[in-house]
Design a protein around this ligand. Structure first.
Ligand SMILES: NC(=O)c1ccc[n+]([C@@H]2O[C@H](COP(=O)([O-])OP(=O)(O)OC[C@H]3O[C@@H](n4cnc5c(N)ncnc54)[C@H](OP(=O)(O)O)[C@@H]3O)[C@@H](O)[C@H]2O)c1
Length: 287
C-alpha cells in the first residue's frame, strides 16, 4: 500500500481545477489524479464507482460543476445531474472508500437580501435555478457523507477559462465606454487563492467537516471591480455604473452575496488575501 496521499481533482480543466494543476508542482509529496470531463463524467455513477475501485483516493476535491448560470434556467436536467445528483455519487463513493470529500459550492444559495456578510449557518434561498441545483448538491453531499467539507465561494476569476476579469479585459480593449452593474455586491475570489487554502487544509490533515465560506476580503460591486481592473490595466476605457434592470439576464442574481469567511479562517488557521492584491497577482500572470 502506497504511503503517498492521493488527491483526486474532478473538473480539472475548469478555473479552479487548473489552479490545482499549477499548485500541484509545489506539492511533490502528493499524488494528484486530475480528471477532466472525458476522464471522469461525474454524472455517470458507474464511472465514479469504477474510478474509486481502481484508485486509492485519500482526498477528492470536486471542482466539476455546471456553471452556466443563465443557461441553467433552461438546461435544467443537465444542471441537476451535474450539480446535484453527481455530488451525491461522489460523496457516497468517498464514504465507501474512506476518502475525504471536499466539495465546492456557491454564494448563489442565498437570496441576497442580507445587509451583513452571510455566515455558513444563514438561511439559504436561491433566486435562480443554478443556485437551487448547487444547494441540492450540498444537501446530497451531507446526506451521503456526513464527513464532507463544503466550501461556498463567490465571484471566481483566474487566468483560466471564462470569467468576469477576462470579459472586462476583452471589452476594455474593444470599446471606449462600458456599463457595469453597480447594485450587486460581493467579494471577488481568485481561484488560485481558494486552491491554496484547500491545500493548506489538506496539509494540516485536520478535516473538520461542515459548511465553510471562502472569498477574498472585501465588499464591492461589479462596477467597483471593473473600475479597479481598468485602473490596474491603465486602460483608457471609461467604466460607467449601471443598474441590474439596465442589464437583464435570464437568471436573477442576488443583490448582496458577500460571504463571511471567518469560520474557515479560524478552523484551519488560514489567512485570506484582500481582493485587490489578489487581482494584481492574477493580472500580472496575464499581461
Ligand atoms: N465561477 C464562479 O464565479 C463561481 C462562483 C461561486 C462558486 N463557484 C463554484 O466553484 C466551483 C469551480 O468553479 P469554476 O469557476 O472553476 O468552474 P468552471 O471553470 O466552469 O469549471 C467546471 C469544470 O467542470 C467540468 N464539468 C462540467 N460537467 C462535468 C461533468 N459531468 N463531469 C466532469 N466535469 C464536468 C467543466 O467542463 P466543461 O467546461 O467542458 O463543461 C469544467 O471544466 C464550482 O463548483 C462552481 O459552482 C464558481
Amino acid at each position: 500500500m502506497s504511503l503517498v496521499k492521493a488527491i483526486l481533482i474532478t473538473g480539472a480543466n475548469g478555473q479552479l481545477g487548473q489552479c490545482f494543476q499549477v499548485l500541484a508542482k509545489y506539492y511533490p509529496q502528493y499524488h494528484f489524479l486530475f480528471t477532466d470531463k472525458n476522464a471522469l463524467q461525474i454524472a455517470d455513477e458507474n464511472a465514479v464507482n469504477v474510478l474509486f475501485e481502481k484508485n486509492k483516493i485519500d482526498v477528492c476535491i470536486n471542482c466539476a460543476a455546471y456553471t452556466a448560470v443563465d443557461k441553467a434556467e433552461t438546461e435544467r436536467e443537465l444542471a441537476i445531474a451535474i450539480n446535484a445528483t453527481a455530488v451525491g455519487y461522489l460523496a457516497r463513493a468517498c464514504k465507501k472508500h474512506s476518502t475525504q470529500f471536499i466539495h465546492i459550492s456557491t454564494d448563489y444559495v442565498f437570496d441576497g437580501t442580507a445587509i451583513v456578510p452571510y455566515k455558513p449557518t444563514d438561511i439559504t434561498k436561491p433566486v435562480n435555478f443554478y443556485g437551487q441545483t448547487k444547494l441540492d448538491g450540498e444537501l446530497n453531499a451531507a446526506k451521503e457523507n456526513a464527513k464532507s467539507i463544503i466550501i461556498r465561494t463567490a465571484w471566481v476569476y483566474s487566468e483560466f477559462g471564462n470569467n468576469f476579469l477576462k470579459t472586462m479585459m476583452r471589452l476594455m480593449n474593444e470599446r471606449e465606454n462600458i456599463g457595469v452593474v453597480n447594485d450587486q455586491k460581493g467579494a471577488p475570489t481568485y481561484a488560485a487563492d481558494l486552491a491554496d487554502a484547500i491545500m493548506q487544509i489538506i496539509e494540516k490533515n485536520n478535516f473538520v467537516s461542515g459548511i465553510y465560506h471562502y472569498s477574498n476580503k472585501g465588499n464591492i460591486s461589479w462596477y467597483n471591480f471593473a473600475k479597479e481592473i481598468a485602473s490596474q490595466l491603465k486602460t483608457l476605457c471609461i467604466v460607467n455604473p449601471i443598474t441590474t434592470s439596465q442589464f437583464p439576464t435570464p437568471a436573477a442574481r442576488p443583490k448582496f452575496s458577500v460571504l463571511d469567511s471567518q469560520k474557515i479562517e479560524k478552523t484551519f488557521e488560514i489567512q485570506i488575501p484582500e481582493w485587490k492584491s489578489s487581482l494584481t497577482k492574477c493580472i500580472l500572470k496575464m499581461v
